[in-house]
Write a protein that binds this ligand. Structure first.
Ligand code: ADP
Ligand code: MG
Length: 346
């Protein structure tokens, strides 16, 4: 989970919410937001729901952030990172669950998704918003060697974690927002809430449907337009939509864009045909880890992976403004922008 000095895309998030809520079917929500998890977290609930739910939900998010943020000195992750190469560090059950899932996704994606990418992320400085130019290639090469998820050892019995090499660090920025979204949904369900939209920096989790069983419509951001425009809509009930893209966090240097999703094999921002990839799934943690994984893998490999996973679909958007859908994604996605076209991939 990352914290940045720049809250990205507040406008985008509001537009997604407005979009999700305007339709002839009545959903007249009350929304509230907080800057948490290094982004804007917006919760929308029916006006009939008690207002205390907002505070309780934001407290759940803040609690998870205290465990998994790299910016908080005594978070579980900071303790694990500090003990790298030396000893096991105890973590909470939540942190352990996310680390285990992160390792599973690392293995499933053949290392494209790697939670030990943190030293590279730190070197690039893209997430902090301070980066102005790429790091020295020799430094990238040196730091790249610290990324290897197989060196994260988890002792399930006593809930402790060991990074085998000094200098190694874990970063759950590619998966934790999804986990937290699921947690908030669980909480709202336990409170008897029937419908809600949880938007954690663009990671959308919807609970139930609009009144009358009408699906929510979630906008898929136009990756070339940072004004919150969307290229199409995804209609979903009790589901989650998570996007990874080149437009979230980046800097430009000598006319080239350097964004925040890194290729663990090169140590540089991923460079392939993709501008963004959105994943629809039941669990937001899966969608989050998968969107990052597919983005790194590219369409050929990414399509293979998503087709193997039951209950998850992907919408790939290329730099050429083509939209490529996994086999079931057409059931949810509707293209709305004529600058883009849906194509079948090879
Ligand atoms: P966002 O968090 O902006 O919505 P992602 O879910 O795709 O987007 O996560 C990107 C974040 O994940 C980065 O900011 C970084 O902290 C981390 N990250 C970058 N590259 C990788 C990677 N190859 N594997 C796992 N995590 C990554
Ligand atoms: Mg992700």
């Amino acid at each position: 989970m990352k914290v940045t000095s720049r809250p990205f895309g507040i406008l985008n998030l509001l537009i997604i919410i407005i979009l999700a809520s305007c339709s002839s079917e009545e959903f007249n929500p009350r929304s509230d937001n907080r800057l948490l998890l290094g982004t804007v977290c917006v919760l929308s609930l029916d006006r009939s729901e008690p207002v205390e739910l907002f505070e309780k939900a934001f407290e759940i998010i803040a609690g998870e952030e205290r465990l998994m943020s790299l910016q908080i000195e005594d978070s579980d992750l900071s303790e694990v990172n500090r003990a790298a190469g030396e000893s096991y560090a105890k973590v909470s059950p939540d942190t352990m669950e996310v680390l285990q899932a992160a390792k599973a996704y690392a293995s499933m994606s053949g290392g494209a998704f790697d939670p030990t990418i943190a030293p590279l992320v730190g070197l690039w400085g893209i997430v902090t918003g301070n980066a102005v130019s790429p790091p020295d290639p020799a430094e990238i090469e040196a730091v790249r060697k610290l990324t290897d998820y197989r060196k994260v050892l988890i002792n399930e019995e006593d809930h402790s974690v060991f990074l085998t090499d000094k200098g190694m660090k874990v970063d759950l920025g590619g998966i934790a927002k999804g986990y937290v979204g699921d947690k908030v949904k669980e909480f709202l369900l336990s409170e008897g809430v029937e419908r809600a939209i949880i938007n954690l920096g663009g990671n959308i989790v919807v609970l139930g449907s609009k009144p009358g069983g009408v699906p929510w419509k979630i906008g898929i951001q136009n990756p070339f337009d940072n004004r919150g425009r969307h290229i199409g809509l995804v209609s979903v009930v009790d589901s989650t939509v998570v996007t990874s893209g080149i437009y979230e966090r980046f800097f430009e240097y000598e006319g080239k864009r350097y964004h925040h999703i890194l290729d663990p094999w090169t140590g540089y921002p991923v460079e392939n045909e993709l501008a963004s990839v959105s994943v629809i799934a039941e669990k937001s943690m899966d969608a989050d880890a998968l969107s990052t994984s597919l983005f790194v893998l590219g369409i050929d490999e990414g399509m293979k992976l998503i087709e193997e996973i039951e209950g998850a679909e992907a919408i790939f958007v290329t730099k050429e403004k083509e939209v490529v859908l996994s086999s079931g994604a057409g059931n949810y996605f509707e293209l709305k922008d004529s600058d883009f076209s849906i194509i079948s991939w090879r």
